[in-house]
Design a protein around this ligand. Structure first.
Ligand code: ASP
Length: 590
């Protein structure tokens, strides 16, 4: 037996016991003839001591230990004279009578402590060393605990965990596929799943009724923000359900997780908001409802009074920022520059200050009478002390910009307390999004999402404006301005699925080639069904209280989609290429 206890286990009540620990030397130091060693394993750190009068050989071994040596140490647990309340094992130390060096270590490239001195790139290259650090061990432990709770909850609701294949034919979720060449079928390729969408639907056709899987998904996207090319979903599907059943089941799951993992009671029921309200009031399909500062449509009060910028705009909207009337000229100029950045994309910013002394000052005073300004202020629902910020443009675009500005002002005012959890279901999404560039409709969720039954006439209409009005039975789970999951009630009839592909401009031949299997399956008694998927990595980051999902993935990729530890992706040798009948046309730039 290598050890009798772990490094996180021993307490004052163990004093007098003879124990053996095994672990890594975090650091060792000499003090007044004694040697102190911090020994670390997954469970904690225990202080070891070699006394000055210990046998010379032992003292010598103790003094030869370098950082990250792996040792086995035997001795007696003694209560410490000076206790360390910050450590779980801080009441004791082990007075050693033997040290067995199990393995040496070269000097690690950074200190393996809670606050490491290693930069991000270096730690990524030596991820296995970074993973020895406490914060990462805690993160992976939370991930494990959440997975267990999810499995328990879904099992209690009769869900079965069923694996689906990774080598498949493309499943469109709006990103590019990663592809894998097939040696046995030369010239052909598998796609890695962007999600198990079609498979879980086929499992419903197969009668499995309630399916889930904690499953890896692959999307070849530019890695904006906090994305990974491979990530994990909690993927679920249910038969004989309506939207209400799905929302209730997964509200239950999220409630259980919040309670069990962070002991938080989330609102019951979780509020719901239509996509249209979310866009109109918050300028986002994932609104942060921890604070108000809602957007108001002030087009009627501002358009047609001779201010040409507004007169030529489709939509003019505002937010009223509490207490910000005190913004100085300089601060307003900076804010104007901020909204002009490409990330926001506004052309300019109009403001009205409602000073505490009752005076009103705006950047458009010369275009409006004081009464007209008052009418704008009333429509913006602003109060004394507020700063009214106004943007204009095409309706949804202007609302989106106002939404970004609202979040920024919410951050500046400290309205986005990470300890407050405001979950929300966003429902009633439009089924389609029109794209001017390609001149066609796209599925807002994915092409297997069903239209609302009451919108079927529009769904089968040929008019663009009818199709634009069709709502989907789709829903997103949003928390504090982040989308954690989403799904829909699905199409389960072949003819309706074929109509979907037709609207999306996919020819019959192409639809048959790409999706014939699912259209066909729907001809064999497909039950009504629906489901959703949550981003598991993001759920973990949320409960762990961190912004980045990278800490919750044992071996993540960097911003360029590279694993710098194993140096992937990399070239493969010519023999492999030849076997696959592949030639690279890539020419590295000089
Ligand atoms: N497959 C969808 C996604 O990955 C989720 C769903 O509709 O169930 O977003």
């Amino acid at each position: 037996m290598y050890r009798t206890h772990t490094c996180g286990q021993l307490r004052a009540s163990d004093a007098g016991k003879k124990v053996t620990l095994a672990g890594w030397v975090q650091r060792s130091r000499k003090l007044g003839g004694m040697t102190f060693i911090d020994l670390r394993d997954r469970y904690g750190i225990t202080q070891l001591v070699v006394k000055a009068d210990a046998p010379a050989e032992l003292v010598e071994t103790a003094n030869s230990l370098g950082r990250e040596f792996v040792i086995q140490a035997t001795g007696e647990v003694v209560e410490r004279e000076s206790k360390n309340a910050k450590m779980d094992t801080g009441d004791i130390e082990i007075q050693l009578d033997s040290i067995n060096i199990l393995n040496k270590s070269v000097t690690p490239p950074f200190t393996i402590e809670d606050n490491s001195d290693g930069g991000e790139d270096l730690r990524a290259k030596y991820r296995y060393l970074d993973l020895r650090r406490n914060p990462l061990q805690r993160a992976l432990k939370i991930r494990h605990n959440i997975a267990i709770e999810i499995r328990n909850y879904l099992d209690s609701q009769n869900f079965m965990e069923i694996e689906t294949p990774y080598l498949i034919k493309s499943t469109p979720e709006g990103a590019r596929d990663f592809v894998v060449p097939s040696r046995m079928n030369p010239g052909t390729f598998y796609a890695l799943p962007q999600s198990p969408q079609t498979f879980k639907q086929l499992l419903m056709v197969a009668g499995y009724d309630r399916y889930f899987q904690i499953v890896r998904c692959f999307r070849d996207e530019d890695l904006r923000a906090d994305r990974q090319p491979e990530f994990t979903q909690i993927d679920c599907e249910m038969s004989f359900v309506e939207q209400e059943d799905v929302l209730n089941t997964f509200e239950g799951m999220m409630r259980t997780l919040f309670k069990k993992i962070v002991n938080v009671d989330i609102p019951n029921p979780i509020p719901r908001m239509s996509w249209y309200d979310a866009m109109d009031k918050y300028g986002s399909d994932k609104p942060d409802i921890r604070f108000g500062m809602e957007i108001h449509d002030i087009t009627a009060q501002t358009k047609g009074f001779g201010f040409s910028v507004f007169d030529s705009a489709e939509y003019i909207g505002s937010i009223a920022v509490p207490g910000a009337a005190s913004y100085t000229r300089k601060e307003l100029d900076q804010l104007t520059e901020w909204v002009k950045r490409p990330q926001v994309g506004a052309k300019g910013l109009v403001y009205i200050k409602l000073n505490e002394d009752g005076t009103v000052k705006s950047s458009v005073d010369k275009f409006y009478t004081p009464e007209q300004i008052q009418a704008i202020v009333a429509a913006a629902e602003a109060k004394k002390g507020d700063l009214v910020l106004i943007l204009c443009g095409a309706k949804r675009k202007a609302q989106t910009m106002l939404g970004v500005l609202r979040i920024e002002m919410g951050n500046r005012l400290g309205y986005r307390d990470p300890k407050v959890f405001a979950p929300l279901w966003v429902v009633d999404f439009p089924l389609f999004e029109w794209d001017d560039e390609t001149n066609r409709f796209y599925a807002m969720h994915h092409p297997f999402t069903a239209p609302k039954p009451e919108h079927l006439d529009w769904y089968y209409s040929d008019k663009k404006e009818d199709l634009e009005r069709v709502c989907a039975n789709a829903y997103d789970f949003v928390l504090n301005g982040t989308e954690l999951g989403g799904g829909s009630i699905r199409i389960h009839e072949a003819a309706m699925q074929e109509r979907m592909f037709e609207i999306l401009g996919i020819t019959k031949e192409e639809a048959d080639y790409k999706f014939g299997f699912i259209i066909n399956a729907f001809k064999f008694g497909a039950p009504p069904h629906g489901g959703l998927a949550f981003g598991f990595d993001r759920v973990c980051a949320l409960f762990g209280g961190q912004e980045t999902i990278r800490d919750y993935i044992a071996f993540p990729k960097n911003n360029q989609g590279r694993d710098v530890m194993i140096d992937a992706p990399s070239q493969i040798d010519q023999v492999q290429m030849d076997e696959l009948f592949i030639q690279s046309t890539f020419k590295p730039e000089e």
